[in-house]
Design a protein around this ligand. Structure first.
Ligand code: C2E
Ligand code: CA
Ligand code: CA
Ligand code: CA
Length: 275
């Protein structure tokens, strides 16, 4: 058994070592990515389903690595959360998006993803306040998207931070609703202004009976709690038609627009007459 164990060890070691080296190099590069100007923000429209009007945008981070090319946020956000570099990155995203939104002709909403690490860091509410003041963005136009995992780490601290930003007039959305362990009790315990239902519940909602039943239940929940519901990841017009018929408030997804540079959405952010 001992020899067998050593053999397995020798077999896996090079692969593991390469993975660790790869991870270390990403950790290192992430620490310098802000100052090296490697991040940019893309914007994805959020639409009111009954009117078909774009009411806001979600800001999504993109990292253009000098050698690796585009690295997905699903890969680099967790690493930056573990090393703490998310604090500088998150501050950059918040500042960049608030400045951008403050420059629009129309007072559309801007939704910014906030990591658990940011929410729990001392001074988070002060940072939001300072960025709003510096950029001149009206607090009512800022929405922070928080996932449930952000709340479980230290619920008392998370609640205190959310209350402080809410007191400024900033809105709070529960992101990826339905994918966590205790979505329902978290809805009651935290001061959310909106439910963003995860795209896994939207997929084929128009043909799948189980998915449709869950979707109707969430919409009923939203109505009962007085919270608007946004459906994420809408890809087909049949999905959108189902959501409209069930009185879902807002939708976001490839059908309505892929995330892109804000210039691609100037028809929504700018007044007519080519300003
Ligand atoms: P999320 O907050 O749930 O963002 C939605 C993700 O779904 C985005 O992926 C978006 O591009 C994608 N998406 C939008 N519409 C559709 C659709 O119709 N179909 C499909 N299949 N996907 C769609 P993205 O941009 O790769 O971001 C992945 C995750 O990374 C985000 O999930 C969020 O958790 C995180 N993230 C992105 N930007 C930031 C950021 O600035 N800060 C933090 N803390 N996290 C971020
Ligand atoms: Ca989000
Ligand atoms: Ca989401
Ligand atoms: Ca997600």
């Amino acid at each position: 058994a001992k020899n067998h164990g050593r053999g397995v060890h020798r077999f896996f070691e090079p692969i593991l070592a390469a993975q660790i080296r790869d991870r270390r190099s990403l950790e290192h590069d992430l620490r310098h990515a802000v100052e090296r100007n490697e991040f940019r923000v893309v914007y994805q429209p959020q639409m009111a389903i009954d009117t078909g009007i774009v009411v806001g945008f979600e800001a999504l981070l993109r990292w253009q690595h000098p050698e690796r090319g585009n690295v997905s946020p699903d890969r680099f956000i967790p690493i930056s959360e573990e090393t703490g570099s998310i604090l500088g990155i998150g501050e950059w995203v918040l500042r960049e998006t608030c400045r951008e939104a403050a420059s629009w002709d129309k007072p559309l909403r801007i939704a910014v993803n906030v990591s658990a690490v940011q929410l729990h860091a001392p001074g988070f509410a002060e940072l939001v306040h300072e960025v709003l003041f510096t950029t001149g963005l009206s607090p009512a136009r800022l929405e922070l998207e928080i996932t449930e995992t952000a709340l479980v780490r230290d619920p008392v601290r998370a609640l205190a931070a959310l209350r402080r930003v809410k007191a400024m007039g900033v809105r709070i959305a529960m992101d990826d609703f339905g994918t966590g362990y205790s979505s329902l009790s978290n809805l009651r315990a935290f001061p959310f202004d909106k439910i963003k239902i995860d795209r896994s519940f939207i997929r084929a909602v128009d043909v799948n009976h189980e998915t449709a039943a869950i979707m109707r239940a969430v919409l009923g929940l939203g109505r009962g709690l007085g919270l608007p519901v946004l459906a994420e990841g809408v890809e087909t017009s049949a999905e959108l038609a189902f959501l409209g018929a069930e009185h879902c408030h807002e939708a976001q997804g490839y059908l309505l627009g892929r995330p892109g540079p804000i210039a691609a959405f100037a028809e929504h952010t700018r007044d007519a007459a080519g300003r």
